[in-house]
Design a protein around this ligand. Sequence first.
Ligand code: SAH
Ligand code: SF4
Ligand code: F3S
Length: 444
Amino acid sequence: MPTTQIPRTYRVKSFGCQMNVYDGERMAELLAEQGITAAPEGEEADLVVLNTCHIRERAAEKVYSDIGRLKRGDGSTPLIAVAGCVAQAEGDEIMKRSPAVKMVVGPQAYHRLPEMIRVASEGKRVTDTDMPAETKFDALPRRRRSGPTAFLTVQEGCDKFCTYCVVPYTRGAEVSRPHADLIDEAKRLVDAGAREITLLGQNVNAWYGEDAKGRKVGLDGLIRELADIPDLARIRYTTSHPNDMTDALIAAHGEVAKLMPFLHLPVQAGNDRVLKAMNRSHTAESYLEILDRVRAVRPDIALSGDFIVGFPGETDAEFEDTLRLVDAVGYAQCFSFKYSPRAGTPAATMDDQIAPAVMDERLQRLQAAVNRDQYAFNKASVGRTCEVLVERKGKLPGQWLGKSPWLQSVHFIGEATVGDVVTVELIEAGGNSLSAKVLSSVPA
Ligand code: SAH
Ligand code: SF4
Ligand code: F3S
């Protein structure tokens, strides 16, 4: 495509967290509104948006290799925009290193993409990593399409400044979207076919707002109001921070039937000295105490967490405390990562950076423990009767895939369609999924 032409087709590739997935969907809607259409599978797009993540090393490297892969035989490329957190953190560097990149747009500025595309189509390169006062959400088109499960970003940014983390720098300060906008967007998503909404935020439980009656509400209040939307079957939220786990939110887990029994509550480490060096402002004990309170109101809650192994200075004995915490909790699933030094964060220049081989060994031990617990959780679910929200067809004839209330992947053979909530009995457990037998189906 000559660069003097507005692109006709686009492709958005999102990496990283669910908030990036949400942003990617919104960018696609924005491009579609400009009359640019999604490139069919397998065909080259005129415009490629790489919606990037900067949380760990390899994420940024992946962007550069993706840019390389977009090169055609004659050395030309489609129009490339780098969006997301790498754009925010390393925009200038990318512009220098990759001449093929024509646009760099930060996570708070992507509503300005249409104008940037016009400029780039004239052959100019353009960077916008502002965190403008006007919010992108006000400038984005209204939502028209949704699958059975939808993401809804309610909160962005982070004020916590954990010493290892780039998010406060790439996403900016904590901002809550207005209550009325969220109710409106949720209703539109449900009208467009969503049966489940996952509320998203870097610290989703720090969300606060004012309801229609002018009362101050926290995330629990928003969840209660969303639960009144008749065709919405399920509500989830992620990622929450232990310090924002209020009594009211915990109580909602015991009272709101549509709020699914699943809590992703990252802890990062099981040793208090390490947690302090991470600036986590909670201890292992205060974390476990929160889980006890959630379990008291919702005994079947499935728990999930994030862990970092090999934070600077972490000793073998301190790492053992992480394994002990894992044993004490019995997680249904977990994400665990090797510490990755991020330029500009305090931990990157701390003494006693841990050798890669030590990190590898710790990660393996942690993952073995977590996999053991995940399998045990799935095994303990066998025999349970539960509802499954059907998300898509499986590979076998008549097979359907969906999720249990505890976010387990479930497959069954039977009569159903996407978006149905089907009552099943879980009959067999694997490490990553369960098979089920249909007891009855409730039409969508
Ligand atoms: N706001 C969320 C998580 C955001 S990032 C929270 O605080 O829980 C998602 C996960 O990536 C983090 O929970 C952490 O486990 C991991 N992570 C963040 N920075 C990292 C780094 N520098 N190295 C390795 N893992 C990291
Ligand atoms: Fe990063 Fe900590 Fe903020 Fe989570 S709470 S986004 S880990 S700084
Ligand atoms: Fe990655 Fe940015 Fe999300 S760094 S994890 S895309 S907030």
